[in-house]
Design a protein around this ligand. Sequence first.
Ligand code: COA
Length: 181
Amino acid sequence: MNDSKTALIRPAGEADVAAITRIYRHHVLCGTGTFEIQPPDEVDMLQRLQRVMQRGLPWLVAERGGDVAGFAYANWFREREAYRWTLEDSVYVDALQRGQGLGSALLQQLLLACEAQGARQLLAVIGDSANESSIALHLRHGFTRGGLMPAVGWKFGRWLDVVMMQKALGPGATDPPTHGA
Ligand SMILES: CC(C)(COP(=O)(O)OP(=O)(O)OC[C@H]1O[C@@H](n2cnc3c(N)ncnc32)[C@H](O)[C@@H]1OP(=O)(O)O)[C@@H](O)C(=O)NCCC(=O)NCCS
């Protein structure tokens, strides 16, 4: 069932940090979508949120029934200046609320926010080639597979691939960047 219509997608604020930290903690400890091993605490997560916001980039949450049930943000893909119009997304949904359209609702709004900010390419650097939900989510939103980096992560006693997916935003590469980052 897709009941994402009942979710409110809105910009994250500092009051959401506890819920974001809780949601992400599960995926760090139990999943291969992120290659982090130690979950960040709320202080660390607040710094991550502030860094993204200071860069003028979007960090969104999905709120359902008054509770934060997922989050998505975009950050610079790499620090060096020529990468400035290329962002990387992150999308995480509460483990108990996956498969209900929240990830899709978050990514849809994130795409719009990244485009409005002037970004030209959005990358998904997906942990684990067996990460069917993330690959399906990105395919659903028009991302194409850019490549596979085999066995670049070691977590839970096995080597993990990274799947690179990419979507052009706005005019993409058809003209030079005009505004934004
Ligand atoms: C990946 C993730 C964000 C997707 O969010 P979600 O709310 O579970 O996904 P949705 O319900 O919005 O589904 C989005 C699309 O993917 C499909 N999908 C979701 N889970 C799937 C699965 N396990 N297998 C196949 N397809 C799947 C849905 O059918 C839907 O496609 P459709 O609109 O064509 O039907 C979420 O599952 C998650 O938090 N995963 C763990 C963390 C992670 O890997 N994050 C990504 C890091 S890049």
